[in-house]
Design a protein around this ligand. Structure first.
Ligand SMILES: *Cc1c(COP(=O)(O)O)cnc(C)c1O
Length: 232
């Protein structure tokens, strides 16, 4: 077994253990393998080990890997900051975008999604850490933004995503994730939209996220190892 396959198995076991601790079904949490900075060959190893969903942060790097791995039936999630001049390749190549933080981005993705493809699945990124983090909309602004995105064609709003500030304090991790869950519940209560996705939890805090209701955990380092560089 390759180390990537072994790491994947260990992460799947962490997810299963956390689900049991939370009294949740194991299949209620899906694993997104965050593969930014890693070459296509590493993703292929993960795919051979049964991993189908991959998260990428950088548009050009991702588009190259999607082309290299076409035919494997993989699912691609864009999770990085998205500038409005980069929305077209994302709308054309990805299945999901987790990092929508303003209406203009959602409108461009909706307009640029090819009609031949299924709607692009979206999550609204929410800043649950206040001053400590800059990306994402404020929780108080999320319901109005969600309502506007729900009116767009070509995209389908599925839920919310957050990247809380890193902290070793599990109680603090849980409070941040609980804020995202409460925001989702508020949107569903107000809009009846039935949003079903909470994208939260990474290598160091996936257990706390699962306790608070995560449905997608985004895990990079624990699968592929420590990243050696950041692309711009
Ligand atoms: C890099 C990244 C991850 C994965 O983080 P790890 O700590 O390596 O598991 C998850 N989500 C987002 C948005 C990221 O940019």
């Amino acid at each position: 077994m390759t180390s990537i396959a072994a790491n994947l198995q260990a992460v799947r076991e962490r997810i299963a253990t956390a689900c049991r601790a939370a009294g949740r079904r194991e299949d209620s949490v899906s694993l997104l393998a965050v593969s930014k900075t890693w070459p296509a060959a590493n993703l292929r190893q993960a795919a051979v080990a049964g991993q189908a969903a991959f998260g990428e942060n950088y548009v050009q790097e991702a588009v190259d890997k999607i082309a290299a791995l076409r035919g494997l039936g993989l699912e691609w999630h864009f999770i990085g900051p998205l500038q409005s001049n980069k929305t077209r390749p994302v709308a054309e190549n990805f299945d999901w975008v987790h990092s929508v933080d303003r209406l203009k981005i959602a409108e461009r993705l909706a307009a640029q999604r090819p009609a031949t493809l299924p709607p692009l699945e979206l999550c609204l990124q929410v800043n649950v850490s206040g001053e400590a983090s800059k990306s994402g909309c404020a929780p108080a602004d999320a319901p109005a933004l969600a309502a506007a995105i729900l009116r767009l064609g070509g995209v389908r709003l599925r839920g919310l995503m957050a990247i809380p500030e890193p902290s070793p304090d599990v109680a603090l991790q849980r409070r941040r994730f609980a804020t995202l869950r409460a925001t989702l519940e508020r949107i569903n209560a107000e809009s009846g939209a039935g949003l079903d996705t909470l994208s939260m939890g990474m290598s160091d805090d996936l257990e706390a996220a699962i306790m608070e209701g995560a449905t997608i955990v985004r895990v990079g380092t624990a699968i592929f190892g420590q990243r050696e560089y950041q692309t711009p």
